[in-house]
Every structure is written in structure tokens, then in C-alpha cells.
Design a protein around this ligand. Structure first.
Ligand code: DQA
Length: 147
């Protein structure tokens, strides 16, 4: 069975309380549960991870090359700052999708640049929690066509 990693960066543990105008009422627990359901329907094994620490996120990305068939990542604020996350993503040849709950292109100027997106197959943003399901659908195609 194929196995994917879904990684969430800093402050995403606060969903549900945080800037609801951008992120809605959803919580990370709820996102995890809709992802579990979608993955099990798609016959994909999934690990769901969140950290507020750049180093922990890096080490988790390092585990992809030998442990997973693909990665979906919401790097949160590190999207806009972290060359280290970019390099880690570049180091894996597995399919990679970047995802944002909000539409980063309709927000502040400093959010319009994604450093990490240079290393991924594609980006999904602006669809709220549903973006996670779209990302699973997209990565499924990439995994099963071995791209
Ligand atoms: C985010 C967008 C980022 O700009 C922000 O720093 C986040 C969440 C999103 O999912 O919309 O923390 O990645």
C-alpha cells in the first residue's frame, strides 16, 4: 500500500481559534480526521504531523525519501522564509504538494512569495480545509503514475 506524509507547520495547531476570517472554524484535529477518511477510501496509508519547530519539520521531511511515497506540506509561515525547508524538499525525489488553507496571493505582500514552492510539483491554496482533500486527490495521481 502507498503511504503519504501530511506535514503542518507553525501555528496550525491553533486552527479553530486563530484568524477565523482566513482559516475558518476548522481545527487541525478535524482536518486530520477528514484526511484519514479520504486516505482510507483511496487505499493510502497516511501519517499526519504538526510542529512549531523548523528543525523537527526538516527531520520529518528527511524521512520521506525512504519512508513514504509522497508528501503534502503546509509549511505555514516558513513558506515565506525558509531556505532550509526548500533544501530539504529538494532532497527528496518523491511527489510533493504544497498547500495553504487561505489564498496567500490575496493577502499581504510578504505572503505572496513562496520559497518552498520552488521544490514541489504543485501548489493548492485558498480552498480552506477542502484543500487537503484536493491535495490527496492530486498526490494520488502523481504516486500512481510514478512521476
Ligand atoms: C498558511 C498561510 C501562511 O501565510 C501562514 O503563515 C500560515 C498558514 C495557510 O494555510 O493559509 O500560517 O500556510
Amino acid at each position: 500500500m502507498k503511504k503519504i506524509l501530511i506535514i503542518n507547520g507553525p501555528n496550525l495547531n491553533l486552527l479553530g481559534n486563530r484568524e477565523k476570517n482566513f482559516y475558518g472554524d476548522t481545527t487541525l484535529e478535524r482536518i486530520k480526521s477528514i484526511c484519514e477518511k479520504k486516505c482510507s477510501e483511496s487505499n493510502i496509508e497516511m501519517e499526519f504531523f504538526q510542529s512549531n519547530h523548523e528543525g523537527e519539520l526538516l527531520e520529518k521531511i528527511h524521512s520521506v525519501q525512504n519512508g513514504f511515497d509522497g508528501i503534502i506540506i503546509n509549511p505555514a509561515a516558513y513558506t515565506h522564509t525558509s531556505i532550509a525547508l526548500l533544501d530539504a524538499l529538494r532532497a527528496t525525489s518523491k511527489p510533493k504538494i504544497e498547500l495553504h488553507i487561505s489564498n496567500i496571493y490575496s493577502r499581504e505582500d510578504y505572503r505572496r512569495k513562496s520559497i518552498t514552492s520552488e521544490a514541489v510539483n504543485g501548489v493548492i491554496c485558498g480552498f480552506g480545509e477542502n484543500g487537503y482533500l484536493l491535495a490527496i486527490e492530486a498526490i494520488k495521481k502523481l504516486i500512481y503514475t510514478d512521476k
